[in-house]
Design a protein around this ligand. Structure first.
Ligand SMILES: [Ca+2]
Ligand SMILES: [Ca+2]
Length: 159
């Protein structure tokens, strides 16, 4: 009785035998075709996992940049709204302060407005007088970071 050999890990009578001699030498192990097919399937799976990881990382970076831009824009809008109605920063037109004087860390080095600061984070704002009603200014702040711009708008009444 050869029950040990017959109950081992044989696949269709010619697959893996768990190291126990279960038949003629020609019936042990996998063929090169089987190994190649297994590697091909594994490769496709790994490629899909890598693509998912790459896509996820890009999405996270994009979300972080968008959140940063939105936060920066809403902060500046809050500051502008609190200024007196006739303040120079609320003059009609577009204001684009120099990067070393705009009050933000354009290059993400932890310092705000250091001498000669330049970076990808850019801020500007546009003020329109008497819009949407007289004695009211419309203030729109634009913050751009790597080809994406976040705009926030609010109004300042002359109270
Ligand atoms: Ca800086
Ligand atoms: Ca700056």
């Amino acid at each position: 009785m050869n029950s040990k050999a017959e109950t081992c890990y044989s696949i269709s009578g010619r697959g893996w035998t768990g190291g126990v001699a279960a038949g003629p030498a020609s019936q042990k192990g996998f063929t090169i075709i089987e190994v190649m097919v297994a590697i091909a399937i594994l490769s496709v799976g790994m490629l899909a996992a890598w693509a998912l990881q790459y896509s996820s990382t890009r999405g996270n970076t994009s979300s972080r940049n968008l959140t940063l831009s939105a936060s920066c824009a809403s902060d500046r809008l809050e500051q502008l709204i609190q200024l007196p109605y006739a303040h120079a920063d609320l003059a009609a037109g577009t204001s684009t302060p120099a990067q070393d004087a705009d009050g933000i860390d354009n290059n993400f080095n932890g310092e705000i407005d250091e001498p000669g600061e330049t970076g990808p984070l850019r801020i500007s704002w546009q003020v329109t007088d008497d819009t949407p009603i007289p004695q009211t200014k419309t203030i729109r702040v634009d913050v751009s970071l790597r080809q994406r711009t976040v705009s926030v708008t609010s109004y300042r009444a002359n109270l």
